[in-house]
Design a protein around this ligand. Sequence first.
Ligand SMILES: [Zn+2]
Length: 467
Amino acid sequence: MLIRNAEIVDLPSGRVRSADLRLAHGRIRQIGSLVPQPGEILIDAGGGALLPGLHDHHIHLMSFAASLDSVRCGPPEVASADALSSVLCSAATRTGWLRGIGYHESVAGDIDSRWLDARIADHPVRIQHRSGRLWILNSAALAALRDTDSAPVLPGDGRIYDQDLLLGELFGRTLPPMTPASRRLASYGVTAVTDMTPSNDEQAFTRFTDLHSSGHLLQSVHLAGSMDLPYPSNRHGVVTGATKIHLHDSSLPVFEDLCELIRASHANDRPVAVHCVTEVALVFALAALRETGLHQRDRIEHASVTPPSLVDQLYESGLLVVTQTNFVAERGDEYLEDLPKQEHPWLYRAGTFLARGVRLAGGTDAPFGEADPWIAMHAAVTRTTRTGAVLGAAERLTPEQAMALFAGSCEVPEIPLRLEEGAVADLCLLSEPWGRARRLLSSDLVSATLRRGELIFDRTGASLRDP
Ligand SMILES: [Zn+2]
């Protein structure tokens, strides 16, 4: 395959050069001024920017696939109790379970089964809080679950916390179709993802390798997960990685137990990825990792709230932070309203991390955030919320820095890949040159996505065989 007249972008410098690229056996074979060979597939890039294929360094693929089949129950689409009632009632005409996602208290407070029953009584409904930790069920749903053999004691108010595995079994684990989700990611230029679901185990590994080998999953997958995930493993484009550790303020583990878990992972030469969305969790994680010592690929997920003293500690630790700047756009208005003013400059930092030398990469946390990485990049540059307010002006990145958050490999997420001869041909082609694209930072710009030299998304309409 020959890509003609592309503008190769170097990150994070932003330097560009125009060239043709020949791809063969999944790699970039040649770069220069090239003449098409007979029978070669041609893509005319028309001077558009060519970037490394994007890597979403923090996503939950199965939940994302399921979300495409679910009713949105939270902001911005649904912002009031009336709006929620109306989307639920119109969705309840379908048969079977109604699955809602993205709920937040700002819509209708701490709703429970009684609240749901008053809207939908004859139809099982389950709604997920946008934190991913809470499911709210109506009475019909609770009754359906109580009918199953392995039914546990379920809370009468229908609010079930941190029971994803159990609920998955009770709901019958019908797997959502992956193809639409994977195609959607390809249309954003995404060629690889890191799945950060803490419950990923041997079964999940098999599921992902099956999806990959059957062609339902177009992206390379790096899989973090539980200690039961086989490690190291590499099969059909699925590679296993870090042990995912969730820390929640309300139920922090015993410090020594956490250290033991980290040591057990490290003993297998396996890094840990610690979920820290509060200052307390981050302090706790940093203390544990100081105690155990670091694996060079250990990472902190989110680092949502980082006061100045912890920025220094993160730098000194050498840890990688995987941030979600899309939350600035998607949730920024609520943060500005709900969180103490003092914390506003500490939220989803990026500029300060890079200036201080903290290793940094980006992920969307889809489906809890929007899966389009360009939203995260745009927000990293503008730091604007949906209503146009600014959150953390000091954290602004250049478009090149923002792009670089998604241009690294799974193994070294903070260093953008380079498009050079011999490199793997995971590519994202834009319809505009970088000089224009950097001002827009929108997924509408993506005109073709290639993984291992194969088109997984194409709207160039220009790929033809040279006669
Ligand atoms: Zn997550």
